[in-house]
Design a protein around this ligand. Structure first.
Ligand SMILES: [Zn+2]
Length: 350
């Protein structure tokens, strides 16, 4: 850490005097001043300390904090380093003053569980202090979708991950995690997305199918998943919300719709509940955003697609199944329909 308690108050490690004694503002244990030509001056707990304020102090973390301090000073945010907040026993890396309110900044370089992240966010919420999580270099490598979800924040009103780049000494926003199911690259034409997803579905079904895939195809005769209705294909990249590709959930919903009689009716209050149990929804754990709002928006968006495709219609007291989604006789027939503009009703939505 960069700040410790001295005899006359809090002291920055860069200003500390060798030979004086300093203690941790959290646990009150004596801390050691570390200073060298290649090192950022900092205080360290003694080996074996269990103080949670001693977690994750890597050289990158210390460097990033000093850079963040200068960055916030230049912007007039009156930053304070490592202010200990006794009411919640937490110490943000930086506490800024933006206008009349405080904002906490956390620079996270070490592993942090979803549970701990939620606890820390709950602490800040209790004090009414908004917090921003900036991620360090270890989070740039092979970030699993669960970690993406955990640290997703609204940046400029849109989902993103925030990073602090210690090489360039500036913040960065990463928004490249939005995906269509089963395909890696972004920015493809809708026709191409359908074709690639069909290929992947065929591979999932016929090479090493999992029990979940077998259950989706289970019917007499067996459903070739690649010939599924067009509504199953998610054509707009979406931020990770589910542990499995959304196309598999859409397939399960479509299969459940096939078992209903024409003009099946859902009272207004029943539709979303039905949708939630029609297919397995394994939500990823969000740490910084209201997950229930995200789930509701996901279900609303899919409902709007069903309406645009002419499958579902809103009526005064609820929803009616207008037409059951249509399976294709063959992949070739499906691709021909797509080429003739079969996807266009969905794009009337946008
Ligand atoms: Zn301590």
């Amino acid at each position: 850490m960069l700040v410790a308690q001295g005899k006359a108050g809090l002291v920055l490690a860069a200003d500390a005097r060798a030979g004086e004694s300093y203690c941790c503002p959290g646990c009150r244990e004596t801390v050691i001043l570390r200073r060298g030509r290649c090192k950022i001056a900092h205080f360290a707990h003694r080996p074996g300390s269990h103080c949670h304020l001693s977690e994750g102090e890597t050289p990158e973390h210390l460097l990033g904090k000093t850079q963040l301090l200068e960055w916030a000073q230049r912007r007039g945010y009156q930053p304070r380093l490592e202010v200990y907040l006794p009411a919640i026993a937490q110490r943000p890396d930086l506490l800024l003053t933006v206008g009349t309110r405080s904002v906490a900044l956390e620079f996270q370089c070490s592993p942090l569980s979803l549970r701990r992240l939620r606890e820390r966010n709950a602490g800040y919420r209790q004090l009414g202090i908004p917090v921003r999580w900036l991620l360090g270099a270890p989070y740039r490598r092979n970030l699993h979708s669960q970690k993406v979800a955990q640290f997703t924040q609204l940046v400029g009103g849109e989902m993103g991950l925030l990073f602090w780049n210690t090489t360039r000494s500036c913040p960065e926003v990463d928004r490249h995690f939005a995906r269509c199911s089963l395909i890696s690259a972004q920015r493809r034409r809708p026709e191409e997305i359908v074709r690639l997803q069909m290929n992947r579905l065929a591979r999932l079904q016929y090479q090493h199918p999992t029990p979940a895939i077998q259950a989706l195809a289970c019917r007499s005769p067996v459903l070739p998943l690649a010939t599924c209705p067009l509504i199953c294909h998610d054509l707009a990249p979406s931020w990770p919300l589910l542990a499995t590709p959304p196309i598999l959930w859409r397939l399960a919903v479509v299969k459940a719709l096939m078992d209903l009689s024409p003009f099946h009716f859902w009272p207004r209050s029943a539709w979303y509940g039905w949708l939630e149990q029609a297919g397995p929804l394994e939500w990823l754990g969000y740490g910084c955003l209201n997950a229930r709002q995200l789930h509701a928006r996901f279900l609303r968006n899919f409902t709007a697609e069903l309406v645009a495709a002419g499958i579902l219609a809103p009526v005064a007291t609820g929803w009616v199944l207008l037409a059951r989604p249509r399976w294709f006789a063959s992949p070739a027939e499906k691709l021909a329909v797509v080429r003739r503009g079969g996807l266009s009703p969905r794009f009337a939505l946008k």
